[in-house]
Design a protein around this ligand. Structure first.
Ligand code: ADP
Ligand code: MG
Length: 821
């Protein structure tokens, strides 16, 4: 006699869901357990299983007297045991009459043949699952699924709603619908010139024809009089309804998987069929989801209103209804964001607490004098941010701050103020930028700003000294590769001796040849090239300086908290008054000639122009080739009389810098560039930005291109060319034409493209987010505040109730760790 484990399973699952309160059965579980055990004991045939069964003491259940923790453990033991008794079955379970409702009952498994491996765990490879061959495992591996746990976390990207059953007479064409019917006949037939299956099915309201194209094998799976559930679209053919290639499922003594419910749609790969994956996942979820350990502390779960993890996993795959699916997603998304936040906060903590930093005093007189001397008033946003920086600098904990501000929002003045405070405190400051030309630009700007109060007392190559600012002369140095070896060594020596107060250079500054006497503040322009690795390089030099990272790429707050969660955020969200708006126009292919004409007229008026080449996906080599070809075409066919320059990613840094110099000095009139090349440079005389295949760039990138012009006093223009834009491309072009605000564009970009593409590649080194949407600000804020709270309470996650959480955290951060450390 077959052992039906299903009632027990259902009850125990319910009991889990209800929080082990002994409420799954009216009057308590014990009586039910004893009764079930009484039946079960007769069907257990092997001594080994019998002894295990005995240990569970089902026949003498005292569930009511257990503590919650004991109940949980005990149920988990039963769940481990059940698959084994079920596996020993040989007979097929009796077929019950079909249920009238197609709403999914609680999870349940089919009896399976053969003994299962008892030592299976969540971390076992999926080949230990019945029915998974090595070949199939290889296919799953391509989807990133190796273990049983991976499969539990292999979530569908969506569900089809087949939960609403109709009778045949209620069918309407066009919509997704579900019916339950009897098969009258099914046969192989020719459909559209190929063999397919045709069936006639009926219920008490009528009959309907069903066809499956290209699938003659189905006919034999649909015996006459079988009960079948069909879900899919109905069309009209010769005035009559026809189901076209619906999902189908025989009504048997098991839960519906493919029809009649919210049906999961999984990512597939070659050789994996959706029916196969659904069945397997169902089997695994039913057997294993309940054994996944809950790692969130209970009071956190309650506070945040999160369902338990096993339930969330199960409902994310096979939800009872839309609300259950949403609760599941909410919980799982919370987990991802919470673990991510714990990870980044851990890093921040490590960075800030492992070594004490250098507290500065604000040096108000020096700073006031400097700010008074500026040719403009600081904007409100600049003052606010400067206040935030000063508050950080006064702490013994090193600052770790990200400053965001649009191009031209005045970050450099703010940074210079902070560097001055460092110098006034007797510390050195370093100011880093990614390219030599940007470094030179910063050097010029900083010296110019300082020279308004200070008198320049000396000027050597790459070195300026100012008196009048501090009680001693203040010395600023430029350190780039493009200076003589002797001069470089001279500067390095004076950095080491402490003679130099502020050094401006490329990231070479943090390399080993450069030794600081007393580094107190590092300012880094453009964040994406200066990650955690570089920050730890600074630390390894024996300093723990305050760090200010600056970026002109507007990053939506949610992303910033995620990717740069280890940094505090400051935003200059206001441009100095009187900034011009760059006129932006999306041009149709037919307007290309007039675009060239416009560009030519601007150049004739003494202005300069950028032309960004079409985006070529394949590789930098091909990209460079395409750029060379475009450059040739433009110089020979379109602008033979103008002076054109070209830069692309295959040129050396020195070559690129040379071309940039010629452009900036006005020697070149038009600069042709691949999109990959950073042209983050001030050329106030440039008034035209022409972007080819503009529809293929993200909004943030287009905005960056546009920010290259409009930096002088002349009206500037951005011309966007697109050959044959897709719908989403058109949407972007419409937006960029209208919207000037970088943050608003970044939000739109995130909405249109998702976070992966937002940053170009998966360069973040962070754990994957599968369930979380970065647009879900509220959940992210919740996860962050909970992470901070936990961190304050137990930063090392050393308390026993956080043991599982610590384990989960380590697991999730495993892959990212290599890139971060
Ligand atoms: P960012 O580095 O944020 O792109 P910069 O610091 O280079 O911006 O400033 C851009 C220009 O605006 C510079 O010429 C600078 O002198 C000027 N500027 C900065 N702050 C102000 C202000 N508050 N009012 C007017 N002009 C300003
Ligand atoms: Mg700048």
């Amino acid at each position: 006699m077959a052992l039906n484990v299903e009632p027990l399973q259902k009850i125990l699952q319910l009991e889990c869901e209800k929080g082990y309160a002994d409420t799954a059965v009216i009057g308590g579980l014990d009586r039910f357990l004893r009764r079930w055990a009484g039946q079960a004991v007769e069907s257990i045939t092997t001594p080994h299983l019998l002894s295990q069964f005995g240990k569970l003491r089902l026949d003498d259940a005292k569930y009511a007297s257990l503590t919650k923790a004991q109940r949980k453990q005990w149920i988990s033991d039963v769940f481990t045991f059940l698959p084994q008794v079920e596996g020993m079955e040989t007979e097929k379970g009796e077929v019950k009459p079909p249920e009238e409702s197609v709403a999914p009952p609680a999870p349940r498994r089919r009896p399976s043949g053969g003994q299962r491996v008892a030592a299976q765990s969540l971390d076992s490879p999926i080949t230990t699952i019945k029915g998974v061959s090595t070949a199939m495992a290889a296919k799953f591996s391509r989807l990133g699924v190796e273990t049983v746990r991976d499969l539990l976390y292999f979530f569908p990207h969506r569900h089809l709603d087949y939960s609403q059953r109709k009778s045949i007479s209620q069918l309407t064409e066009g919509e997704e619908q579900t019916i339950m019917a009897n098969v009258w006949q099914a046969q192989v037939t020719m459909l559209g010139g190929r063999r397919g299956t045709e069936a006639i099915v009926g219920d008490e309201t009528g009959n309907v024809r069903v066809v499956w194209f290209n699938n003659p094998y189905l006919a034999k799976n649909l015996p006459t009089n079988a009960r079948v559930v069909l879900s899919g679209r109905v069309s009209l053919f010769g005035g009559r309804h026809v189901f076209e290639s619906p999902e189908w499922e025989l009504v048997e003594d098991k839960e519906l998987v493919h029809t009649g419910r919210l049906v999961p749609i999984y990512p597939l790969t070659q050789g994996l069929r959706s029916r196969q994956v659904r069945k397997l996942v169902k089997q695994v979820v039913d057997q294993w989801a309940w054994q996944v350990g809950e790692f969130l502390p209970p009071e956190l779960r309650e506070r945040c209103n999160l369902v338990e993890l096993p339930q969330a996993i199960s409902q994310a795959h096979y939800p009872e209804d839309g609300a259950a699916r949403e609760n599941a997603r909410h919980r799982l998304a919370f987990d991802e964001l919470f673990l991510l936040q714990l990870g980044v906060l851990g890093r921040k903590h490590e960075w800030q607490e492992s070594q004490p930093g250098s507290p500065f005093t604000a040096e108000a007189p020096v700073l006031d004098e400097f700010i008074k001397s500026l040719p403009f008033e600081l904007t409100g946003a600049q003052r606010k941010v400067l206040g935030e920086l000063l508050a950080d600098l006064e702490k013994a904990r090193p600052m770790s701050r990200l400053l965001q501000g649009e191009v031209g929002s005045g970050k450099t003045v703010v940074a210079t103020s902070a560097l001055l405070v460092a110098a006034a405190n007797g510390y050195q400051g370093a100011f880093m930028a990614p390219t030599e030309i940007l470094v030179e630009q910063h050097f010029t700007t900083v010296c110019e700003l300082l020279s308004r109060t200070g008198n320049q007392v000396s000027e050597e190559d790459n070195l300026r000294s100012f008196s009048g600012l501090l009680s001693r002369p203040l010395t600023v140095a430029l350190l780039i590769g493009d200076i003589s070896q002797a001069s470089k060594q001279g500067i390095q020596r004076r950095i080491a001796s402490g003679e130099i107060d502020i050094v401006i250079g490329t990231h070479a500054l943090i390399q080993k040849e450069v030794e600081f006497h007393r580094l107190g503040l590092a300012v880094v322009d453009e964040q994406h090239r200066f990650g955690v690795a570089q920050r730890s390089a600074l630390r390894q030099k024996g300093f723990n300086p305050h760090v200010l990272v600056m970026t002109a790429t507007p990053i939506p707050r949610t992303l910033a908290l995620t990717l740069y969660g280890d940094l505090d955020l400051s935003v200059i969200d206001e441009l100095p008054p009187g900034r011009q708006v760059v006129k932006t126009k999306w041009l149709k292919p037919a307007q290309r000639a007039s675009a060239y004409g416009f560009l030519r007229r601007q150049v004739a008026e003494g202005r300069q122009a950028f032309i960004i080449c079409p985006l070529v996906e394949e590789s930098e080599v091909i990209q460079a080739k395409a750029a060379v070809a475009e450059y040739e075409r433009l110089s020979h066919e379109i602008f033979p009389d103008l002076k054109l320059g070209l830069i692309h990613g295959r040129m050396s840094a020195a070559e690129k810098d040379k071309v940039m110099h010629r452009f900036r000095s006005g020697e070149l009139e038009v600069l042709v560039s691949t999109p990959v090349v950073e042209v983050g440079i001030d050329v106030p005389n440039a008034t035209v930005m022409q972007v080819e295949s503009a529809d293929r760039f993200g909004l943030s990138q287009l905005h960056q291109f546009r920010g290259r012009v409009g930096r002088g006093s002349e009206q500037s223009y951005c011309m966007l060319l697109a050959e044959n834009p897709s719908e989403i491309g058109r949407e972007r072009l419409d937006i960029i034409e209208k919207v000037q605000d970088g943050f608003q564009l970044a939000e739109e970009d995130l909405r249109l493209r998702g976070p992966g593409e937002f940053f170009g590649t998966r360069q973040s080194g962070l754990p994957d987010l599968r369930m979380a949407k970065l647009s879900d600000v509220a959940l992210l804020e919740l996860a962050r505040s909970e992470a901070i709270r936990l961190f304050e309470e137990d930063p090392k996650l050393g308390q026993p109730e956080h043991r599982l959480l610590a384990k989960e955290l380590a697991q999730v951060w495993q892959q990212g760790a290599a890139e971060w450390s």
